[in-house]
Design a protein around this ligand. Sequence first.
Ligand SMILES: *Cc1c(COP(=O)(O)O)cnc(C)c1O
Length: 428
Amino acid sequence: MTISPSDLDFDHNQVWHPYTNLKKPTPTFGVESAEGVYLHLSNGQKLIDGMSSWWSTIHGYNHPELNKAAKDQIDKVSHVMFGGLTHQPAISLARKLVEMTHDSLECVFLADSGSVSVEVALKMAVQYWFSQNNSKKTKFLTLKNGYHGDTFGAMSVCDPDTGMHSMFDGVLPKHFFVDAPKCGFHDQWVESDIDEFKRSLDENHQEIAGVILEPILQGTGGMRAYHPEYLRQVRSLCDEHNVLLIFDEIATGFGRTGAMFAYEHAEVAPDILCVGKAITGGYMSLAATIASRRVAEVISNYGSGNLMHGPTFMGNPLACAVACKNLELLTQSDWKSTIATIERQLKNELEPLKSLHSVADVRVIGAVGAVELGEPVDMHRVVPRLVELGVWLRPFGKLVYTMPPYIVSSEQLSKITGAIRTIAEEAI
Ligand SMILES: *Cc1c(COP(=O)(O)O)cnc(C)c1O
């Protein structure tokens, strides 16, 4: 045991974890090492990670080929500034991203986290209109229940109720919001679902630089998959009204929903795309904003033509080298049938939970399974209980959900869904 009780005490009192109160610490578990789908805790327990460390470790932990990619790159150069210098890992990664995404997406900004890639996308959209001498288009239109990150710009387009808008009222810029789509992914399309979006765009398009949304699946806002027709209509309305379209695929990208990118379910493409999370297979922080040639050209043609962003660690060689190997593992695998198999099992094992009184809804798309309970989950009780059951899940609100690593075996996945069932049964 290397994490001592006094270490944990220090951690509780002096180290912030995501969304935590230093005076009311939630249960925190020390991780010694990890391998495949397993987390090895300091107390000797072994947990199946049903979260992929927040959508990221798609090929599992401690992967020999990803380890090798990182070690090989460390021996060459771990980091070098990207201002005025370039390197093979960044070039190869950018090429791969351009190849994997829609043909219209051609120009790549390598950001250091998802939130930053969203900031860059918003900035690109505003600069696109400034470059055409239009200084009125500075607002964004987005959906309620959305999540785009925790920096100020990203926060301003997150759901206004759950997204900290009241806490930061007066600090955040105000944007336009419409209700999230009601038509589910598998539902019959109802034409009126797009009405509110259309009305808002009709009324406000002269002020709107871009629409930003999570295509097909709203993740953090509730794991709800909506109808592809909604996205198709969004695309044509944006074109009609001269508004850019930004897709945030930081959670959904790289196969998670059963398509390489969720927008493929609707056969549309954005003007600007944000990717992150799974891009390095969970090894380190990296994200990218990929724009159409047209967006890049308009920005480049005005004034200095500079896109005004450049973080210190942009294009970090170590992260890019691991990302290249990670994307190679993904594209060379039979990921489509892997995800389809996980989806089938999640449906078989989670959908029957609908009959429990404590369960309000069950939603599955690709390798994402969510069970919505009638009441918010008591994290102080439920998380240690899940650990006792041998799985790592981090419920939020009323949701107990899983997005397992793609390498999960059917026995391991059953253990995850079994633990979700136990939590739902014990909530009755
Ligand atoms: C996680 C997430 C982000 C933010 O990414 P970070 O790397 O945490 O900054 C943005 N958008 C979506 C859809 C996400 O799921």
